[in-house]
Design a protein. Structure first.
Length: 262
């Protein structure tokens, strides 16, 4: 059944981690101040910088603090979550403790009598063939069971190594700043068109690319609108403009809310 609400807030790519305390605090404030004003909140993946199993929260005061914030919010309004590429191992135990409802990727929602299809967005970056192969493997249930059976310190070590590799690749892409790199790491029109067609929706919302904008897209005989959610980062002003925003949808339309100014 498609979730239906008169108003909602959508966020993505917070990448919460103890090493980014300002960003984390802004999320806690969001859960207390802005979020309860809507009927529902949709978190479209990458809530955490990485997640190596629900058992990690037993040893992490930070994850427990996030868990409490989400549980308090879920007691007031409906909270939905969709797996990202960094935290797709979030499982039933964490969802139960936070009160969040898991959505499949993609999913359709109805806000203010308008249909939207929501996705994290990484599956739409089809020009990045290597990543799509990697994604297809790590999303296999047997592969996830094998990884989660490893000792916790092994899983953390693997996650740290993968983060380091990802950061190095991102720095290389940013330094070269080639058009080819930008195309490879962004969503493709063909993938977005196929998703819009399959879901019978002309409104698409996703995160992942960290390129917030509202697009009017066209491909052959198809037209659709696409909203990209921003990442959150208040801890690295030297490398990027501090930002944290949400997409607000209600009877008055769709608009971005700058949470730094709130």
């Amino acid at each position: 059944m498609i979730p239906q609400y008169a108003s909602a807030l959508l966020i993505s790519d917070l990448h919460l981690t103890p090493s980014m305390p300002l960003t984390a605090q802004r999320f806690f404030d969001f859960c207390e101040k802005e979020a309860p004003k809507a009927e529902a909140v949709f978190i479209l993946g990458d809530l955490f910088e990485y997640w190596v199993g629900d058992d990690t929260s037993l040893q992490s005061p930070f994850q427990q603090e996030v868990q409490r914030a989400l549980a308090n919010l879920s007691a007031k309004i409906k909270v939905y979550y969709l797996h990202g590429n960094r935290d797709f191992l979030i499982g039933t135990d964490f969802l139960k403790k936070t009160g969040m409802t898991l959505l499949s990727d993609p999913s359709c929602i109805d806000i203010a009598n308008t249909k939207y299809v929501v996705s994290h967005g990484d599956a739409l970056c089809t020009a990045d063939v290597g990543y799509q192969v990697f994604r297809s493997w790590v999303r296999k249930s047997w592969m996830q069971k094998l990884f989660l059976s490893l000792p916790l310190h092994w899983r953390r070590s693997i996650a740290h190594q993968m983060r380091s590799n990802s950061h190095a690749q991102y720095q290389h892409a940013a330094s070269t700043s080639s058009e080819q790199n930008q195309i490879r790491t962004n969503v493709t029109l063909e993938a977005c068109a196929a998703l819009s067609r399959d879901q019978e929706a002309v409104n698409l919302i996703h995160g992942h690319t960290h390129l917030p904008a509202h697009h009017h897209e066209h491909l052959r005989d198809q037209s659709w609108q696409r909203w990209v959610l921003s990442d959150w980062d208040l801890d690295h002003p030297e490398s990027t403009l501090p930002r944290a925003s949400a997409l607000s949808i209600d009877g008055e339309g769709v608009r971005y809310i700058d949470l730094i100014k709130h």
